[in-house]
Design a protein around this ligand. Sequence first.
Ligand code: SF4
Length: 360
Amino acid sequence: MKLIDEFRDPELCRIVLEKIRRKSSRSITIMEVCGGHTMALNRFGIPSLLPDTINLISGPGCPVCVTGRGYIDNAIDLALRDNTMVCTYGDLLRVPGSESTLEKAQANGGNVRIVYSPTQCLDMAEHSPETAFIFLGIGFETTAPASAVTLRRAKELGLRNFFLYSAHKTMPRAMASIIHAGVKVDAYLCPGHVSTITGIKMYEPLVEQFGVGCVVSGFEPLDLLQSILMLVEQYENKGAAVEIQYTRAVRPEGNLKAQKIMNEVFEASDAWWRGLGVLKYSGLKPSPSYNHFDASEVFGLTTNEPADPPGCRCGDVLKGLLKPVQCKLFGIFCSPANPIGACMVSAEGACQSHFRYANT
Ligand code: SF4
C-alpha cells in the first residue's frame, strides 16, 4: 500500500536517523506512553539504530498492563454468577487475576464472550432481556468514546440489562505522576490515538511545570524517527514544547464530538494503575444520569488490589524504572506462552514486545 510504503521508506529513514545522530549531543531519556508505540519501536528495531545518547523507556501506556488483578477477579466473579454474560475484548482473556483468568473461568463454565465492540454486547442484551450483559470497558481516551456512545444508545433503548464495568483511564495524570515519582524523563513521545480524541492541550502542563518536551507521534518507522528527531531538537536547541508529528490524524483541538459525548456520559473517578497506585481523577465512570448502567454500583463490586506475583516487576517496568529484560523472570519463567505478569500478556505490553522483537 503506497501510503504505508512511504512511511517505511528506508532511504528517508536513513536520512532522519543521520540527522538524529548529528544533532543529539547529550544524553536524553524519552518515554513512550502508548503500547502501540512500544510495539512499533521494537518491531521496527528502532532502539538499536539510535545513538547511545538516546535512552528509550516504556511507560504506562498499555491499558491491559495497568489494569489491576482485583478488576479481573471481579470480572471473573461476574462471569460465574447466574444469568450474566461478561463481554470483553480478547486481549483481556489471559490477564491474570489473583488466582485465575477469564479464559480459565470460561473453560470452567463461566459466561464470557469475546466481542470486537461494545455495541455487539448491546445487541446481545437487546435480544436476551433475561440475561445481564456486562461490558468490560478497558482503555484510555481512545476506546472510552465507543463505551460512551454505547451507554447513550442503551439509555435511548431503555435497556435495563446492559452494564459497563469501567476500567477506562485518562492519560495526563499518569504522565505527571511518573515525573512526580522521580523517574528521569526528559521528553514524552505522546500517544497518537489518544491524541486524536483529546487534542494536545492536556500536554501543556507537562511542558510548563516540568520542562518536559512532548511530541505526538504516528506509528510507522518514519513517524517514530521524525518524532524522536523533533524531541532531540527541542532538547538541544528549541526548548520544551508540545508539537504534533502525526498531523495526518491529530488536530490540536482533538475530536470535539467524541469529547462532548464522553463529558456527557462519564465523570472523572479515582483509578488504580499498576506501578502508580491510585491516581485521583484518572479514571472514568458513568456520570450520575448513567449510573444505573454502572456495573460497580449495580453489582456492588469493591476492589481489593492484590499484589503482583512474587518476582514480577511489571510495576517498575510500567514506570520506566526497569527494562523488561532486567526482570529475573523474563524469558525464563515468564514468556507469552506462559505469562506471569500483565506486561507479558498483551501484545502491546513492554515485556511481550521485547520478548517478540528485541529480546536483548
Ligand atoms: Fe512481570 Fe513477566 Fe515482565 Fe517480569 S517479565 S515484569 S514477570 S510480565
